[in-house]
Write a protein that binds this ligand. Structure first.
Ligand SMILES: Cc1cc2nc3c(=O)[nH]c(=O)nc-3n(C[C@H](O)[C@H](O)[C@H](O)COP(=O)(O)OP(=O)(O)OC[C@H]3O[C@@H](n4cnc5c(N)ncnc54)[C@H](O)[C@@H]3O)c2cc1C
Length: 328
């Protein structure tokens, strides 16, 4: 299938979602591509339940709520979302447009591209014995804690995500148990302390050694680490494997954009060295670069407005004020 658009945004993290809004605000058609099945980038993948305190205008906003608001804001312009698909290759078409092929073979033809790929594509670290159970009881994300209402849940991992999922699921699930292979946790001490005060059973040092069920998940088997002298069966209907992610810029490194230390070099227009390819957010590099959500928002606006001029040299760089547009 071929999708034609004015601007293709690669990456549906906070920067990419705001770029999608901005492209729509400029009257441009926009498609957003992300290798993850859910939008939200690092925020959704790593800390959806955490409060963010340094997004302008929000004294505190939960990661999940920020992503929902960004999606709402962009929705007015109906972006085309292509989720669960990696941007694999870039070619210049004979039609003067940019042709991007996705990992699943779809083609997106765009007049300009904004690369908002952050630290690259995230792949969840797999639960070694759980691969066959993904989607049948084992998940790497918790899109909606409410989906776990009344379930016995086992969360696996020792980082912030694992403990945060426990805290988010405890009020809705029937039971929550945390299995970690070490006694010590990488997660913040305060989060671990809160989880210990709640009705969450900590099982350390244990690893998940088998999963059981007939079609759907019914139990996990856990084995004590060093000495492996204790094997237990935990009845559960859901496992959240929060073992972290690996990040890989992968194919973007072969697109001909100038890179330094795994980041894309941009100028003050957020332009890369490849014509009509812009970049914004964590993926960019320039003197004085600061990797924060607030910075990515500004870069997204700069990238899209400059891309708009590259697409139509007659159009103004300054987009006008959104207050005027809303009043029109
Ligand atoms: C634990 C933690 C706490 C943080 N707290 C804060 C905070 O309090 N305040 C703050 O400002 N920042 C914070 N940050 C940093 C903040 O999350 C990042 O600055 C922000 O997410 C960058 O947004 P982005 O959209 O540029 O990139 P990302 O959020 O990384 O999103 C990039 C997206 O691009 C996708 N992608 C990459 N390559 C491809 C490809 N080839 N094809 C398709 N998709 C691709 C990825 O899958 C990803 O979804 C925190 C980060 C972490 C990890």
């Amino acid at each position: 299938m071929t999708i034609e658009t004015d601007i293709l945004v690669v990456g549906a993290g906070p920067t990419g979602l705001f770029a999608a809004y901005y492209a729509g605000f400029r009257g441009l058609r926009v498609a957003v591509l992300d290798s993850l099945p859910e939008p939200g980038g690092q925020v959704n993948a790593m800390y959806p339940e955490k409060l963010i305190h340094d997004v302008a205008g929000f004294p505190a906003v939960r990661g999940r709520d920020l992503v929902a608001s960004l999606l709402d804001q962009a929705a007015a312009f109906s972006p085309t979302y292509l989720l669960g698909q990696e941007a694999a290759s870039l070619a210049n078409g004979t039609d003067g447009r940019l042709h991007v092929t996705t990992g699943s073979g779809e083609e997106v033809v765009a007049k300009a591209i904004v690369l908002a790929g952050g630290i690259g594509t995230f792949t969840p670290r797999p639960l070694p014995v759980g691969e066959n159970w993904v989607g049948r009881g084992v998940e790497y994300f918790v899109p909606q804690p409410a989906d776990y209402a009344g379930l016995d849940v086992v969360v696996v991992g020792g980082g912030d995500s694992a403990v945060d999922w426990c805290l988010a699921l405890q009020p809705v699930a029937k039971s929550v148990r945390l299995v970690h292979r070490r006694d010590a946790f990488r997660a913040h001490g305060s989060s671990v302390g809160r989880a210990r005060e709640l009705d969450i059973e900590f099982l350390t040092p244990y690893t998940v050694s088998a999963l059981h069920g007939n079609g759907s998940l019914e139990a996990v088997e856990i084995t004590r680490v060093k000495p492996r002298d204790d094997v237990r069966r935990l009845d559960c209907q859901a496992v959240v494997a929060a073992l972290g992610f690996t990040a890989d810029l992968g194919p973007l490194e072969s697109w001909g954009v100038e890179m330094v230390d795994r980041h894309i070099v941009v100028d003050s227009r957020m332009a890369t060295n490849v014509p009509r390819v812009y970049a914004a957010g964590d993926i960019t590099e320039y003197p004085g670069k600061v990797r924060l959500i607030a910075v990515g928002f500004g870069e997204a606006a700069t990238a899209v407005n400059n891309a708009a001029v590259a697409i139509d040299p007659e159009s103004a760089l300054f987009p006008g004020h959104s207050t005027d547009a809303a009043a029109a």
